[in-house]
Design a protein around this ligand. Structure first.
Ligand code: URP
Ligand code: ZN
Ligand code: ZN
Ligand code: ZN
Length: 510
């Protein structure tokens, strides 16, 4: 018997199963267009015990199989959100969505895996990892971890080895902003990049010039601007551009791949595009908010409305959104995350007198797949195959779990969505599954509706109903040395032989 908890999520306390028709371990998806990142075709998909067993036209099955008709619909890999913060302690409070509510919301929106950022405890990576292992016990979908680096010393460097070699972490996020807490200087950033390179782990950066942001905040306070608009005014796009450029050049100097998280501005995007053009291995991740929102809300006379939109880097002026979309469609940016980091109105009110105290973050884990379909595919900017690439496959490749994830192929995990392009979605805090009382996409409608989500071979979302089981989600270990590391050793060898080429130098005696 299922119970109803908050946010209308039906779940089974014991985790022992759901009604027999939907919990069948055998599922056939018939007649849909199966979309992978490089190919789409009309085919049936047959799933058994959580794994895709067959993908071909006209599969015949026995009566014990649950059959889903996908005629006229797209059958695609479930979304992989590469950037979330569930149950994160931050700015004097904790994000309102935990590993159960955040993941339930994700599943209702067609995302079947996410990668969350472990925050070290007093600088200890191991203590942070253990804390997140605990938080994630109630997971109802698969998840992986990045590790944030919040200070730097030899102990941290040693612990990074353990994280990569024993704990399934293959990426580390460094902060160029949040002066006084997480920010590290360029020398330490270089040490971090070197360590990542030696471990085959991907270096990620939060790229804003933290010293300049600190200066900008003082300037706003001196001008008497204490409201949410002060947040955006204190950290303009040029500071994101500067830090992005600096991080890229430092990663180039070390010759290690770099991943720029939450690319919010044209300034940052253009630095990434330029570096990629020159052959550098740089990945740019825009997030849903940056692609579809603009900063006008920050000037809303109602504090709580405006505060809802405070995140870092800030949501930019109109124009940046369209430019980021275009960059995604041409390949200058490679995949879409959310930076899902939700705080309710009470939490946002912590900054009522001072924008520096407004907890930073917006929602998106439930909305990303719909927003990207509507904004990018319905608008004609990208194909369905590109949609799969930027919402799922590229995440799986970068974090080295393809084709187990990110594909509808024989042997892949059965994480699948069925999207009806002729149906529409509408976003509202009244109907969403996040625990937050607000939604930055309130009232937004669009075309393309995710009608079914299958996660780990179970139908968890159908007929606008969620059926999720706490504890069902698995921790997915992310192995080091993804495709981004191919060729790094050859380039290093070429570099060394070029600088060590003997110079015929004559010494002239005076
Ligand atoms: O405002 C944001 N982005 N909150 C989450 C922390 C981070 O920097 O990603
Ligand atoms: Zn084919
Ligand atoms: Zn960040
Ligand atoms: Zn983040």
């Amino acid at each position: 018997p299922s119970q109803f908890c908050e946010a209308g999520i039906a779940y089974d306390e014991s985790g022992c199963g759901m009604s027999s028709t939907t919990s069948s371990s055998k599922i056939l998806i018939k007649g849909g267009t199966v979309v992978n990142a490089h190919h789409q075709e009309l085919a049936d998909v047959y799933v058994e015990d959580g794994i895709i067993v067959s993908v071909k036209p006209h599969i015949n099955v026995n009566d014990d199989v649950t059959v889903l008709d996908a005629t006229g619909k797209f059958v695609m890999p479930g979304g992989i959100d590469p950037h979330t913060h569930l149950a994160m302690e931050f700015m004097g409070t904790e994000t309102i969505d935990d590993f159960f509510t955040g993941q339930a919301a994700a599943l209702a929106g067609g995302t079947t895996m996410h990668i969350d950022f472990v925050i070290p405890v007093n600088g200890s990576l191991m203590a942070g990892f253990e804390a997140y292992e605990k938080k994630a016990r109630k997971s109802c979908m698969d998840y992986g971890f990045h590790m944030a680096i919040t200070k730097w010393d030899e102990g941290v460097s040693k612990e990074m080895e353990i994280m990569v070699q024993e704990k399934g972490i293959n990426s580390f996020k460094f902060f160029m902003a949040y002066k006084g807490t997480f920010m590290i200087n360029d020398y330490l950033l270089l040490q971090g990049f070197k360590k990542c390179k030696s471990l085959g782990a991907l270096a990620m950066v939060h790229a804003e010039n933290g010293d300049a942001v600190y200066e900008g905040q003082k300037r706003m306070i001196e001008l008497g601007i204490t409201g949410p608009e002060g947040h955006a005014l204190s950290r303009p796009a040029m500071l994101e551009g500067e830090a992005t450029s600096r991080a890229i050049r430092l990663a180039g100097f070390i010759n290690t791949p770099l991943y720029i998280v939450h690319v919010m501005s044209i300034d940052a995007m253009e630095e990434i595009a330029k570096a990629r053009k020159s052959g550098q291995k740089v990945i740019g991740e825009p997030v849903a908010s940056g692609l579809v929102l603009n900063d006008s809300w920050l000037w809303d006379p109602d504090f709580l409305t405006a505060a809802m939109f405070v995140m870092s880097p800030p949501i930019r002026a109109a124009g940046h959104d369209k430019a980021l979309q275009a960059a995604l469609s041409t390949g200058a940016l490679q995949l879409v995350g959310t930076d899902h980091c939700t705080f309710n109105s009470t939490q946002k009110a912590l900054g009522i007198d001072d924008f520096r105290k407004i907890p930073n973050g917006v929602n998106g884990i439930e909305e990303r797949m719909h927003l990207v379909w509507d904004t990018m595919v319905e608008s004609g900017q990208i194909s369905a195959t590109d949609y799969v690439r930027i919402t799922s496959t590229e995440s799986a490749r970068i974090f080295n779990i393809f084709p187990r994830k990110g594909a509808i192929l024989v042997g892949s995990d059965a994480d699948i969505i069925i999207l009806n392009p002729n149906s529409s979605f509408e976003i509202s805090a009244k109907s969403h599954h996040s625990r937050s009382n607000t939604n930055v996409y309130e009232g937004r409608r669009g075309k393309g509706k995710i009608e079914v989500t299958i996660a780990g071979g179970r139908i968890v979302w159908q007929n606008d109903e969620l059926k999720v089981v706490p504890g069902f989600g698995k921790y997915i270990e992310l192995p080091p040395f993804s495709y981004l590391f191919e060729g790094i050793d050859k380039a290093d060898a070429n570099y060394i032989s070029s600088v060590k080429a003997p110079v015929q130098r004559t010494i002239h005696k005076q």
